[in-house]
Design a binder for this molecule. Structure first.
Ligand code: FES
Ligand code: FES
Length: 170
């Protein structure tokens, strides 16, 4: 892959992205969100606050929901990153994506990828969380359209679909 602007080779960071080998240029203090959106073209992960406060940039890192804007790009070496795009391989919606779509759990949709990824992380660990656990898991994901009631309904539906599919694999 290409070197840096001065023409010298920069050490590439190798990792797994949405199930496939990938690498990135960790130049400077770049964060994972910047690399995903700008270098890798995965714009499903949103830039909201850039300060770890809104959850719009949530991705899975080794299965845990993390804020990509707060993850140093070089720190993903050897690890597995999954973005919202990676939840629908071959275009087949995951149970969580299907539930959000079926319930119309969005207005502008800006928060939706982060909500979907955070919900996915939760249901992979516990396919049948209580409402209190759902609220806690999504506490840091903000919806500026205040669509929280629909979002909670969608998570409940996603839990049903996930269990019907045999667990939290997707
Ligand atoms: S953009 Fe990362 S938490 Fe808001
Ligand atoms: S649907 Fe608009 S921010 Fe949540």
């Amino acid at each position: 892959m290409a070197g840096d602007r001065a023409g010298t080779l920069s050490p590439r960071v190798r990792f797994t992205l949405n199930g496939a080998p990938a690498d990135l240029d960790p130049r400077g203090e770049r964060n994972l969100l910047e690399v995903l959106r700008i270098d890798l073209g995965l714009t499903g992960t949103k830039y909201g606050c850039g300060e770890g406060e809104c959850g719009a940039c949530t991705v899975l890192l080794d299965g845990d929901a993390v804020r990509a804007c707060q993850v140093e790009a070089r720190s993903v070496a050897g690890r597995e990153v999954v973005t919202v795009e990676g939840l629908a391989p071959a275009g087949r919606l995951s149970p969580v994506q299907k539930a959000f779509a079926d319930l119309g759990a969005f207005q502008c949709g800006f928060c939706t990828p982060g909500m979907v990824v955070a919900t996915t992380a939760l249901l992979r660990k516990d396919p049948a969380p209580s409402e209190a656990q759902v609220r806690e898991a999504l506490d840091g994901n903000l919806c500026r359209c205040c669509g929280y009631a629909r979002i909670l309904q969608a998570v409940a539906r996603a839990s049903e679909l996930t269990r019907a599919e045999g667990g939290g694999k997707r």
